[in-house]
Ligand binder design. Structure first.
Ligand code: ATP
Ligand code: MG
Length: 391
């Protein structure tokens, strides 16, 4: 009897030369971490593929696929069969059984695509295609062959064992989580920063979040929203460390001591400095923000310049060149958008300037900050008092 398995395809990872081994191990660990809580699964390594097998009985794809799908570095999941015999006769029968189970008697077109890396097998790829195709045609009157644009391609991979599948579920791609160093993400409850955080995590960056909280001016609801966003990101990354940094005192200090139209720029600079201190402490190499060029007053090129000047670390801005709608589309796909647009009320808008300065000049901003003798201490205190939430 053929066994139901999940064939897992990985992308860019395959090209990484010497690192390949480490990368693939990360993928195996991630798959096992996600599947261990729900059964007895085993991950077998084949050249260019990982094969997930269920040692506890027949595989239930509705349980397995949603848990493997979010893993970064994977490009496709194929529910398929692992055959128990290395013979063309068995292959023909199992291929037919697979096609019947998947497509019943719906009228459709198909072709067979066979790859034989095990040269000891009795038939060559071309012959496998012909024999299996003919057997299916003979036994499924609803099926027709179409070599150019078939509805279904039946893939046959003859390795140490024979695998077959006909459905490829496309996944996110990217690089294995944690394979690209660490970054600290400035995570607000908005639409953009969760998407930015997710995008860098997808590129293998181990991410931590920093949220600047200013009670009572920002509500507990706002904080809860950020926690829920962090949880959603953890569905992809496995875990997520969130710092909630109390920023009320610092914000009130700025409110009193800087011109109102420059408040946002000074506040953003303070956020960057606090985040960078946390990043240094935690061994991170970069900061991440959800800034998008031109989106709001503080995200003009001059605004970004003035904010950026306060950091030594590279600031990754994966959304810099994206339109709002593109960001919303990603947020919707990854399940952060619905959390981000949850309504909540902050009690007061005293920190929001009616006419924020759109083109701040760095030397002016720096001159003002030179006089803010307590600023460093406020930042240090805020970082010191941060609440750490492990998700
Ligand atoms: P978002 O949708 O991510 O809130 P935004 O469009 O509201 O972004 P801004 O308010 O200008 O834009 O913020 C720019 C970036 O600064 C955010 O994407 C986020 O990375 C960071 N940021 C802003 N406010 C906070 C906060 N309270 N805590 C942590 N990071 C913040
Ligand atoms: Mg915001």
């Amino acid at each position: 009897m053929a066994e139901k398995v999940l064939l897992v395809k990985f992308g860019e990872v395959a090209m990484r030369g010497d690192n390949q081994y480490i990368f693939i191990n990360r993928l195996i660990l991630a798959i096992r971490r996600n599947l261990d809580p729900v059964g007895h699964y085993y991950v077998v390594r084949e050249p260019g593929r990982l094969i997930v097998e269920d040692r506890g009985g027949e595989m239930d794809y509705d349980t397995v696929i949603p848990r493997v799908e979010p893993i970064f570095g994977l490009v496709g999941l194929c529910p398929g069969l692992k055959l128990d015999e290395m013979s063309l006769e068995t292959l023909k029968k199992d291929a037919l059984a697979h096609m019947q189970e998947m497509y019943g008697d719906k009228p459709m077109t198909f072709k067979v695509n066979a790859r034989r890396s095990n040269k000891g097998f009795e038939a060559r790829s071309q012959q496998i295609c012909e024999d299996v195709g003919e057997y299916i045609l003979d036994n499924m009157p609803n099926m027709k062959v179409n070599v150019k644009t078939p509805d279904v391609v039946l893939y046959v991979e003859v390795r140490n064992r024979i695998y077959l599948y006909s459905k490829v579920i496309k996944t996110y791609g990217g690089l294995p989580y944690g394979s690209s160093g660490k970054g600290v993400s400035l995570l607000s409850g908005g639409i953009d920063s969760p998407v930015a955080t997710w995008m860098m995590a997808k590129r293998g960056v181990e991410v931590e979040g920093v949220y600047f909280h200013s009670p009572p001016y920002t509500s507990e609801w706002a904080k809860q929203k950020v926690i829920d966003l962090a949880k959603r990101i953890a569905d992809f990354t496995g875990s997520f460390k969130l710092y909630v940094v109390p920023f009320t005192d610092l914000q009130l200090y700025l409110l009193e001591n800087v011109p109102h139209d420059k408040l946002t720029i000074h506040l953003k600079r303070a956020m960057m400095r606090a985040a960078e201190q946390i990043a240094v402490k935690d061994g991170a190499w970069s900061l991440i923000t959800g800034e998008s060029v031109g989106q709001v007053a503080s995200q003009t090129m001059q605004g970004i310049y003035a904010i950026n000047a306060v950091c030594n670390m590279p600031v990754l801005r994966p959304l810099a060149g994206m339109d709002k709608q593109e960001i919303i589309d990603i947020g919707t796909k990854i399940g952060t958008y619905d959390i981000s647009i949850r309504p909540y009320e902050d009690c007061c808008t005293i920190f929001v300037a009616k006419h924020p300065q759109i083109k701040p000049r760095l030397h002016v901003i720096e001159r003002i900050e030179k006089k803010l003798t307590d600023l460093d201490q406020h930042i240090a205190d805020a970082v010191e008092k941060a609440e750490v939430i492990e998700l």
